[in-house]
Design a protein around this ligand. Structure first.
Ligand SMILES: Cc1cc2nc3c(=O)[nH]c(=O)nc-3n(C[C@H](O)[C@H](O)[C@H](O)COP(=O)(O)O)c2cc1C
Length: 396
């Protein structure tokens, strides 16, 4: 059944104005690392993958994209810190724009979630702390095996300023490549989250201790990037309640609120809103998956997300375990303006159409999430229609 828009009540399929961007629906491609950018350079397969998932007025977020040569913790992840990468991204962005979609580049530094094999000169990964990620977690190595996370090196204060500069330059590069904006990856236990969470950050300087100090690194990045490319092209992703890679906080709600309040204040100071705030909830654990979430009860999770949504003064995007029904419900009940879909979008290039007409979805194959084949498990998931969905997409 096609979802119809009842008067005045937004649905998952009704338009949304996100700052200067007019979205035709609220189903967003979540950022997902796919390891197909050989040696850090996006290649034509990425253009095929992203255009397959494009719809007129749709919104896509790229996979985590490296801000510097110390930022990687997975094999074959694209970067946006050198000219060759910028040139390669231009072709992908142009192809997505030709399909009418809006695309943001997710800026990523994994911090301690790395390994000497991914570091220049085989050095130690950098972090807020010298504590390694525990043995509960394993790192994917370039040969497909899994390794132990090594002990990281604590960033000096002067080095923190250099990393902020890497984000600023990467954001400028993204705009030069034609991206409509960038999302700062502050979630899931990577570098920024390593500063935010009190279960990791054990610094005794101005970047550790109090909530304000722990938020400082993120806020300085947001400020630097917004000043460089304009606040209305900048988004932030956080996951206060997710313990991926040991990213535990003693009070996720207070941490989330501290970030939200600082973003609200920054927006007031700048006289301009950010594009959106993207929050991952741990619920995605509940759907038979192995991604971890330190999830409380359903009520606790709903309360956290609702409180952040109601406190944040701007566009709010949710992610994590959304089915068709949950996405429709979240938008209809005012719990989300936009919903990002991850795994279902991997296996359903025409997910928007499928959700809209309510037809069965392809199942995803976890084994090919992080492999390098440019087709298998990447661009070969079937569309509803035989002509690769062009007919279907034009019906939206
Ligand atoms: C293969 C894979 C790669 C991912 N890579 C990223 C990433 O690069 N950046 C990010 O912020 N989240 C990443 N995520 C998390 C997704 O953006 C999303 O929040 C998560 O999959 C939950 O949504 P879902 O239940 O719709 O899959 C990844 C998830 C998967 C399954």
């Amino acid at each position: 059944m096609v979802e119809t828009k009842s008067q005045g009540t937004p649905t998952l399929f009704s338009p949304y104005k996100m700052g200067k961007f007019n979205l035709s629906h609220r189903v967003v491609l979540a950022p997902m690392t796919r390891c197909r950018a050989l040696n850090g350079i996006p290649r034509p397969a990425l253009a095929e993958y992203y255009t397959q998932r494009s719809t007129p007025g749709g919104f896509l977020i790229t996979e985590g994209t490296l801000v510097s040569n110390t930022a990687a913790g997975f094999p074959h992840v694209p970067g946006i810190y050198n000219e060759e990468q910028v040139e390669a991204w231009k072709k992908i962005v142009d192809a997505v724009h030709a399909k009418g979609s809006i695309i943001f580049c997710q800026l990523w530094h994994v911090g301690r979630a790395s390994h000497s094999v991914y570091q220049p000169g085989g050095g130690a990964p950098i972090s807020s702390t010298s504590k390694p990620i525990s043995n509960r977690w394993r790192i994917l190595m370039p040969d497909g095996s899994y390794g132990i996370y090594p002990k990281p090196r604590v960033l000096e204060i002067s080095e923190i300023q250099e990393v902020i500069e890497h984000y600023r330059k990467a954001a400028l590069n993204a705009i030069r490549a034609g991206f409509d904006g960038i999302e700062i990856h502050g979630a899931h236990g990577y570098l920024i989250d390593q500063f935010l969470k009190d279960g990791i950050n054990d610094r005794t300087d101005e970047y550790g201790g109090s909530l304000g100090n722990r938020c400082k690194f993120l806020m300085q990045i947001v400020q630097a990037v917004a000043a460089a490319i304009g606040a209305d092209r900048v988004a932030v992703r956080i996951s206060p309640a997710i313990d991926h890679l040991d990213a535990i906080d003693s009070n996720p709600l207070n941490l989330g609120l501290a970030v939200v309040e600082r973003l609200n204040n920054l927006q007031l100071q700048m006289g301009s809103k950010l594009s959106y705030l993207h929050v991952t909830q741990p619920r995605y654990h509940a759907y038979g998956q192995t991604e971890s979430g330190r999830h409380g009860s359903e009520e606790e999770e709903a309360y956290l997300m609702r409180t952040l949504k109601r406190t944040y003064q701007g566009t709010f995007m949710c992610s994590g375990g959304f089915t068709r029904e949950l996405g429709i419900q979240a938008v209809a009940e005012g719990d989300a303006d936009l919903v990002s879909y991850g795994r279902l979008f991997i296996s359903n290039p025409d997910l928007v159409l499928r959700l809209k007409v309510n037809v069965p979805l392809n199942r995803y194959n976890r084994k090919t999430f992080y492999t390098q084949d440019p087709v298998v498990g990447y661009t070969d998931y079937p569309f509803l229609s035989k002509d690769k969905g062009t007919q279907g997409q034009s019906r939206l």
